[in-house]
Design a protein around this ligand. Structure first.
Ligand code: ZN
Length: 252
């Protein structure tokens, strides 16, 4: 617990970051190849992998009422992690709007892999978020291109993954506020694999690795990046703005 007294007001901040991991949790139940890698779901693997970092973690899935992202859950979340692929269209627009508004008010958001095509990410980006892809089990090297950023803390020059789904440019996103990783794939493609975006008070990190047939979310360096990103995204950016009709500050 951190305590600070500023201008007679006491501010306290609990160090425990509240993380909600959202996964559509479909392929793990229908595709044996995926079930073999993630028998209890991608969300479970992520929750286990992030547990040593001391966050308070809960998981939520598509099949739960309101996809597990009720007002109460969202209000009790500092950082939301999002993985989806097959069922982007099945995510209810009301839930998307609720999460979107919470991001603007300062909830951190980490969008993983095929989450680039989620309604939520597209709404926050304002672009199609299309890209090139190929399932060819190619080697990927994720180059750190922003070593001063806290998301890269503890890494070397790059992370190497023996096999990952290939994603390639052009990736139809707005120019990122910060580019953190550039991915290179064995087949020749490059990709903006780690990007940050600021949306009003919310911090967003997009991170490309994590195709469901590869054991990427057991990789310690990938988990370190996600944990670093949780810490980075947990504190809202800047001050709450004022909108609408306002009285003059000065009199003639
Ligand atoms: Zn994929």
């Amino acid at each position: 617990m951190i305590k600070a007294v500023i201008g007679g007001k006491t501010f306290t901040e609990s160090r425990t970051i509240r993380v909600t991991i959202w996964n559509e949790f479909l392929a793990e139940k229908t595709n044996p190849e995926v079930a073999n890698v993630y028998p209890r779901g991608i969300h479970y693997a992520l929750a286990e992998g992030l547990a040593p970092y001391g966050f308070r973690i809960r998981t939520a899935t598509l099949e739960m009422p309101e996809h597990g992202l009720t007002e109460q859950v969202i209000n009790d979340t500092n950082v939301l992690i999002w993985w989806g692929h097959l069922a982007h269209e099945e995510v209810d627009d009301h839930v998307v709007e609720r999460v979107y508004q919470k991001v603007l008010r300062g909830m951190g958001l980490i969008v993983l892999h095929s989450g680039h095509f989620s309604k939520l990410f597209q709404k926050l980006m304002g672009t199609t978020c299309q890209l090139k892809w190929r399932e060819a089990e190619e080697r990927e090297r994720l180059w750190v291109v922003n070593p001063a950023h806290s998301i890269t803390e503890g890494l070397g020059q790059y992370i190497e993954l023996q096999e990952e789904e290939t994603y390639g440019e052009f990736f139809d996103i707005p120019t990122p506020d910060e580019l953190i990783f550039v991915g290179w794939f064995q087949g020749g493609e490059v990709f903006r694999s780690g990007c940050t975006f600021y949306r009003r008070r919310g911090k967003i990190f997009y991170f490309q690795p994590g195709h469901e047939t590869h054991p990427t979310y057991y990789n310690k360096e990938i988990l370190l990046v996600i944990a670093n990103a949780v810490r980075w995204a947990a504190s809202p950016h800047g001050a709450e703005p004022v909108f609408g009709n306002v009285k003059a500050q000065e009199r003639e």
